[in-house]
Design a protein around this ligand. Sequence first.
Ligand code: GDP
Length: 359
Amino acid sequence: MKALLVGVGQAGGKLTTALSEFDAGMGFGAVRDALAVNTAAADLEPLPLDTVLIGQSRVNGHGVGGDNELGAEVMDEDSIEVLDALAPRMTAEIEAVVVVAGLGGGTGSGGAPVLVRELSRVYDVPVYALGVLPGRDEGALYQVNAGRSLKTLVREADATILLDNDAWRSAGESVGGGYAAINESMAKRVGLLLAAGEATQGVGESVVDTSEVINTLRAGGMAAVGYASSPAAEDPGENVNTVTSAVRSAVMTGLSLPNATDADAGLVAVAGDPNRISRKGAEKARKWLQEETGSMQVRGGDFPLDSDRLAAVVLLAGVERSSRVEEFLERARQAVRDEPEAKPDPAMAFQNDELDDLM
Ligand code: GDP
């Protein structure tokens, strides 16, 4: 899928960078171009991407803090600047736009849904969101922000691929300390998914096509991506279990949104040397995924790659009924319930008072 990436906010910019670098490093060329947008000049500074600073008249390059309503307003006011910067990059070859953001902050959380809406108005290609959910130890504000942002993204985007900051956290490690590793894991999954339909080498009937990725995402709502790999034998006959267990691991332990296995549609791409891919293994894995997700709509195919390993890239779409999503939404709702009552207006203390106002 030839994609144009737009990172909004700090996490959005960093993840977009990681994705662009992964794609370039693998020589895929699925990421055709990328742009980073922020209200904070300091967060754009270190990025090796073209950038657009928005909201200067409001926040003077200092960011919106955790205020995602302000993030949404600023994007609403300045979206034309972002659209102008994207226009020359939206060439005829672009098959999708992916708006990338951390959902728990301010600029990305508020700005991404507004930008997705504007892009959908202007362009006919699908507009996907790639959203980072805050880990469970992040504060209440992050949970509330992410809950509201997600609700709006699901309405506006063709599909929202979710990455959970808790997904690859090793025990005892803080989320912040592990960002680089988390971003790499996320970039690999999404980067492989985008590249899966781009394979040109060894094209055969069984090769995954971009339209299959797009059709899987047509289930809409929320989606998750899984990945796992293992060494493979040269003889495909010996790789039946290699393929099935890679697919199983991609779903059971390698998913960007853990336990999101209740899905409306799925896609399994078996990546590796086509001569090593076991047809029987791929077919068995696809059947297993149908049972596991409860969806009859599971597509499958090869993703030819020059490697002596075999890997599975699994896309699950329509995962909003999953326990992980429910868990997160409950966290967000609880944080809203726990919000302190608005402080009464101090002026109320002087109601019907004999004291006159001074001015
Ligand atoms: P913004 O700049 O106002 O959009 O705010 P951030 O992008 O910093 O959003 C904060 C949320 O993103 C929190 O949930 C953070 O845990 C998460 N976050 C910040 N930086 C990164 C990153 O590099 N990678 C990942 N995966 N999450 C991040």
